[in-house]
Structures are given as structure tokens and as C-alpha cells.
Design a protein around this ligand. Structure first.
Ligand SMILES: *[C@@H]1O[C@H](CO)[C@@H](O)[C@H](O)[C@H]1NC(C)=O
Ligand SMILES: *[C@@H]1O[C@H](CO)[C@@H](O)[C@H](O)[C@H]1NC(C)=O
Ligand SMILES: *[C@@H]1O[C@H](CO)[C@@H](O)[C@H](O)[C@H]1NC(C)=O
Ligand SMILES: *[C@@H]1O[C@H](CO)[C@@H](O)[C@H](O)[C@H]1NC(C)=O
Ligand SMILES: *[C@@H]1O[C@H](CO)[C@@H](O)[C@H](O)[C@H]1NC(C)=O
Ligand SMILES: *[C@@H]1O[C@H](CO)[C@@H](O)[C@H](O)[C@H]1NC(C)=O
Ligand SMILES: *[C@@H]1O[C@H](CO)[C@@H](O)[C@H](O)[C@H]1NC(C)=O
Length: 491
């Protein structure tokens, strides 16, 4: 340090020039060395604490895509393939088991690409013994084995393990699934359809959107193998069995409009499936599977009521809808484990309600509302029923009640079980003592509150226009509620 100061004092001009050149060179070298074009055995990287968005490790030949450390929720780390100009992640290696953004975490390639904390454990790794890792210009990450000088075989590729996104030319098969960032929704293929499913309860998937192949140009032949889908560069989601003629074409807005932007399809946290294209500076919405908010899996949360065009309220009209708060408590498990089933819920009925996506739901036919309710009341695995008086259709819900849709027709009635007194059951001595202590404190507080209440009441009296009528709240983002949510800090 002293020597440096001396230098500056003696020959300021030259030293400054030297420092300047060195710093430029240094920046250039670090830029080069932080993002390479292929990784070979022995490659190792750790996250840089100064980076707040993402740290590129491996680029594709166009520089549009990078394999990078992506910072998630400020302190966590995901290994991601992302679109560099927008920092949009297209694939995550370890979406359900994030590492931490600390110098303990490292990415290592020794034939297997691996994220680990050598002091504790491996978060994610490829089951390979390869020679190199490359990122193709399609955003496909591959671990390859060298066969000879200029050919190699693919041992593993990220396209086979999609997360919530498909990019153009990526094949999506019946053995794969897309899972939304919050883990609630998934996309899977059936024998002749694309299905979107909501995981409302452990081990229970409710289908909420189904797109069946039209088979206009080619038919699905039984026994000729499963179907697969692919986002075609020409602007559609094609469904194929074998051969190049699609059995179904689901057009995007850019279909037959020769737009050259890169395409991606993402299963969003709210359960919608959306397509986008990159116009050079931003992502343009190009496809939307569900455009009616009330048809999404649970836009107003459990026990919510979606009012087409005017936001959310609660099924129980005495409860005010608040964004981010459930209308009623929902706990996992049904009513079967309890000794006295009837005492553990109160019944809520509401007319003018209907199920969303009811065309995909099972129903029974009953001759009256009472008979329909009867199918549920004493059945501990039932959470509620929705009855259509005109058709006699009785929909039995065997998962915790989600958002219903408000309709003008008052003959459509819902009967719902609402959990009651969840906290009351396990009261022990410790709790009783705590209550006694709290009771003492409350006595002291009552004086203060009494005064405050009086003042509030007095003010209210002057502003009489206050009504008990609740105005609808905004639609709620599914990801905000009870489900684990991974917020990308780069957005
Ligand atoms: C790579 O390293 C890990 C941990 O050190 C080891 O378990 C694994 O067998 C190695 N893989 C290969 C292909 O050498
Ligand atoms: C991507 O790579 C393929 C094959 O390596 C090549 O044919 C194609 O031109 C490349 N595309 C771009 C945009 O660089
Ligand atoms: C997708 O599937 C088609 C047909 O099976 C195949 O020709 C193509 O190479 C596959 N694409 C990728 C990226 O694996
Ligand atoms: C890739 O980069 C080129 C310029 O280098 C740009 O024209 C093109 O739009 C980019 N593509 C994507 C998908 O970002
Ligand atoms: C709430 O619903 C009940 C039963 O449907 C009805 O009797 C009551 O008038 C409603 N209250 C309000 C404030 O709308
Ligand atoms: C209770 O409801 C479940 C789910 O709707 C159904 O599968 C079952 O058969 C019903 N049990 C009885 C005894 O009705
Ligand atoms: C329900 O349907 C029955 C006969 O189909 C009819 O008599 C009754 O008035 C209807 N109830 C309501 C509330 O619409």
C-alpha cells in the first residue's frame, strides 16, 4: 500500500495509466472466464457474493442463453439456464431443493455436473460420466461423451427435465411434466389430450383444463406410441404421435404471421398456461390457455368467490375478502380422522354459486338439494357439494373447497363444510396456565381498550355513512397464499 502511494506521488500520470489499463484487462479477463463456451472435467465455480441477479457460467454460441447461478429470494441459489437479455429463467436444475448463495456452495464437473455444499451434501447432480458440458443455441444444456475428434454422444440433456417452461423445438413427452413455480399446478399429457392439474390436496390432482387433439390432419392410432407436444417456430403448439404431421395444432397469436421471435410456453403460478415471444426487447404475450380469471384453479383462494369481471369475495358473506388471507382456515386432511365428525365443521350454504371448469368434474344426479347435501353431510371425506336444481346435477367435492364462481341463477346452490375450532382440541395444562397469565394482562388492557373503543365509537357516530357492505377485493395470486413459493429475485 505504501509503495503504491509513493508511486502515485512520484509518477502520477504513468501509474494512473497503468492502473487503468490493468483494470480494463482484468475486467475483460474475468468476463471471459466467468462464462465459457464449454465446461470440461475439473471445472469448479462458486457464487460471487457481490452479484445480486445471476452469475453466468457457460454461454451458448449466440450469447442469448447462459447456464448461471441464479439468486432466488436474496439468499438462495438455483442453477438455471436463462435468457440473458431478459434474465428470464427457462430451466432450473434444482427447483425444489435450492442451495444457498454462499461460498460453501459449488458447481463441479467431474463427468457428473453437480451442485453441492462439500461440508454437507449434494443438492443436485446428473447421473453421467461425460467429458464436457455444452449449452446449445436452443437453450438445451447437454452433458456429452466424446466419441472421437469431432463427434460426441449426448448422455443427458436439460430438455428431458423441463421445469415450468418449454421453449421452441423442445419435445414434451408423456413421461414429463411441467410444474408451476409454487408447486401447485402441473401440465401432463394424456392419451390424446393436454391436461392442466391442480394439486389441491396431497395425492390429489384435479384437472382444470383439457385440450383434446382435433386430429384434423392426422389421427392418433392406438398402439402406435404415446403423443408428445412441441412449440413450433411457426407459432403453434403442435401435438404429434409419430411422423411430422401434427394430430393437433393449437395456434398462438403469431401463427401464420411470420414473427421471428424466440418462443416459450410457461405454466404460470396462477395455473394459466401462457406463450410468449421475444421481440428483441421484451416478451410479448402470444398465447393464453385460460383467459377468464374465474376459470383458473383458485383465483380467490380457498372458500373464495370469483365474481366475473369484478374481483373476489368470500363464500361466507359475513367474511370480508382480503388479499393474501384465506377466506376460511384450510388444513390438510379431511374430516375422517376426528372422533366426532359432526362437531368439527359448521355447514355453510350459499346460493348463486357454481363450480369453475365443471365440465371436467364428476357428478351424480339427485332429485333435490337435500338429497345432494345428504351425500356429503355424513361422509367424512367430502368437503362440500354444489347442486344445480335445473339439471339435478350434484357435484361432490372431495378436496378442500377452492374458489367458486358467482352466477345470477339462485337455484344453483353450494353446501360447504368449514373447519371449526382447529386450535381448541389440544388444550393442555401449559396452555391453561398461559390463558391465566394472558387473562391477567387482558384485565389491564381492558381499561385502555375501553377508552379507545369509546373514542372510535364516538368518531364513527360522526361518519355514519360507513356500511357493513363489503366491496370486492382484487383477484389473488395463487402463489401468495398457502403454497411454498419461489420468487425469482431477478425479476
Ligand atoms: C464425481 O465426484 C463425486 C463426489 O466427489 C463422486 O461421488 C462421483 O463418483 C464422481 N463422478 C465421477 C464420474 O467421477
Ligand atoms: C444453432 O445451431 C444450429 C446447429 O448447430 C445451427 O444450424 C443454427 O444456425 C444455429 N442458430 C443460430 C441462431 O445461431
Ligand atoms: C423432437 O422429436 C423429433 C421427432 O421425434 C426429433 O426429430 C427431434 O430431434 C427432437 N428434438 C429434440 C430437441 O430432441
Ligand atoms: C439473440 O441475439 C441476437 C443478436 O445477437 C438477437 O438478434 C436475437 O433477437 C437474440 N435472440 C433471442 C432469443 O434473444
Ligand atoms: C348472507 O347470506 C344469507 C344466506 O344466504 C342471507 O340470508 C343474508 O341476507 C346475506 N347477508 C348479506 C349481508 O348479504
Ligand atoms: C364418500 O365420499 C367419497 C368421495 O366423494 C366417495 O368416494 C365415497 O364412496 C363416499 N362414501 C360413502 C359411504 O358414501
Ligand atoms: C327446483 O326444481 C323444482 C322442480 O324441478 C322446482 O319445483 C323448484 O321450484 C326449484 N327450486 C328452485 C329454488 O328453483
Amino acid at each position: 500500500m505504501d509503495r503504491l502511494i509513493n508511486l502515485v506521488v512520484i509518477r502520477p500520470r504513468e501509474t494512473q495509466l497503468l492502473l487503468f489499463t490493468t483494470s480494463i484487462l482484468f475486467t475483460y479477463i474475468t468476463t471471459l472466464s466467468t462464462a465459457q463456451e464449454l465446461l470440461q472435467a475439473g471445472f469448479k465455480a462458486t457464487p460471487n457474493p457481490k452479484i445480486s441477479t445471476f452469475q453466468p457460467l457457460l454461454n451458448d454460441s449466440t450469447g442469448n442463453f447462459s447456464l448461471a447461478f441464479l439468486r432466488v429470494n436474496k439468499t438462495q441459489l438455483a442453477l438455471a439456464v436463462l435468457h440473458v437479455p431478459s434474465s428470464e429463467p427457462l430451466w432450473l436444475a434444482n427447483p425444489t431443493d435450492l442451495a444457498s448463495w454462499s461460498d460453501h456452495t459449488q458447481l463441479f464437473f467431474n463427468g457428473s455436473l453437480m451442485i453441492s455444499d462439500p461440508h454437507s451434501r449434494v443438492f443436485w447432480s446428473t447421473p453421467t460420466n461425460g467429458d464436457l458440458v455444452v449449452l446449445l443455441n436452443s437453450s438445451n444444456l447437454q452433458v456429452q461423451k466424446k466419441l472421437d475428434q469431432d463427434s460426441s454422444s449426448v448422455l443427458w440433456q436439460s430438455f428431458d427435465f423441463p421445469t415450468d417452461t418449454l421453449v421452441e423445438n423442445q419435445n414434451f413427452t408423456a413421461t414429463q411434466s411441467l410444474i408451476s413455480q409454487n408447486g401447485l399446478c402441473s401440465m401432463r399429457l394424456g392419451s390424446n389430450f393436454i391436461g392442466l392439474y391442480a394439486n389441491f390436496q396431497e395425492n390429489y390432482d384435479q384437472i382444470y383444463w383439457k385440450h383434446t387433439a382435433l386430429e384434423a390432419k392426422a389421427a392418433i392410432v392406438e398402439g402406435q406410441g404415446p403423443i408428445y407436444v412441441r412449440v413450433n417456430s411457426d407459432g403453434y403448439l403442435g401435438m404429434y404421435q409419430n411422423g411430422t404431421t401434427p394430430v393437433d395444432v393449437e395456434p398462438f397469436r403469431s401463427f401464420q404471421r411470420s414473427i421471428n421471435g424466440f418462443l416459450r410456453l410457461r405454466l404460470e403460478p396462477d395455473g394459466d398456461l401462457k406463450g410468449y415471444y421475444w421481440d428483441g426487447s421484451s416478451w410479448i404475450l402470444n398465447y393464453q390457455a385460460i383467459s377468464d380469471t374465474c376459470e383458473l384453479p383458485s383465483p380467490c383462494g380457498p372458500y373464495g368467490l370469483c365474481m366475473p369481471g369484478s374481483g373476489c369475495s368470500c363464500l361466507d358473506n359475513r367474511t370480508e375478502f382480503r388479499s393474501g388471507v384465506d377466506c376460511a382456515p384450510v388444513e390438510t386432511g379431511n374430516f375422517c380422522g376426528e372422533k366426532v365428525v359432526k362437531d368439527n365443521f359448521k355447514a355453510l350454504t350459499r346460493s348463486g354459486v357454481e363450480l369453475p371448469y365443471k365440465q371436467l368434474m364428476q357428478y351424480e344426479t339427485t332429485s333435490s338439494l337435500e338429497q345432494c347435501e345428504g351425500l356429503c353431510e355424513n361422509n367424512c371425506s367430502c368437503w362440500g357439494v354444489v347442486y344445480n336444481n335445473a339439471s339435478g346435477f350434484c357435484y361432490v367435492l372431495d378436496y378442500p373447497i377452492q374458489t367458486l364462481v358467482a352466477v345470477g341463477d339462485e337455484s344453483k346452490v353450494g353446501y360447504f363444510k368449514v373447519r371449526e375450532g382447529a386450535g381448541k382440541r389440544k388444550r393442555n395444562a401449559g396452555v391453561v396456565f398461559a390463558y391465566a397469565v394472558v387473562g391477567g394482562v387482558i384485565v389491564v388492557l381492558i381499561g385502555i381498550i375501553g377508552f379507545w373503543t369509546y373514542r372510535t365509537w364516538w368518531r364513527r357516530k360522526r361518519n355514519q355513512e360507513e356500511e357493513g357492505d363489503f366491496s370486492p377485493g382484487p383477484y389473488k395470486n395463487l402463489g401468495s397464499a398457502s403454497f411454498k413459493s419461489i420468487e425469482m429475485s431477478s425479476r
